[in-house]
Design a protein. Sequence first.
Length: 149
Amino acid sequence: MILDRLENRRAYGLPAAFDVAFRWLEGRDWSETASGRWEIDGDRVYAVVSEYATKAQGPLEYHRRYADVQFVAMGEEEIEWSPEAAPSDDAGFDAQRDVGFVEGRGWRLPLAAGWFAVLLPGELHAPGLDPQGGTAAVLKAVVKVLWED
């Protein structure tokens, strides 16, 4: 997991597809960005923008094919991350949606406006959680970056 401010994104030497994702994030007027799916580079890089209220707790999730770049445009939340390995034989994994869920807990980390988290396939995480002050309204983009062809 990488957790940092958007202006520091070049420090990590991520593959070129992440540059496409970050340029899309940097080029937005978030007050004019509608919720929904945004095509960036076909199925290789796309974004899902949503507005929501944070929640007290959620299940840990993981992906196999896509990395997440989770970016909070407005508001704040916490994201829970676990160093445990995702199961390799999860019968409940939804391959079409590229998501599986597991029981367990991890460390809660703040994700404020202008910050991003990169989560690679297999990393367990629970996004959209209440920050220290309680429930918050959030505008967020999750950019999905294909990790394997």
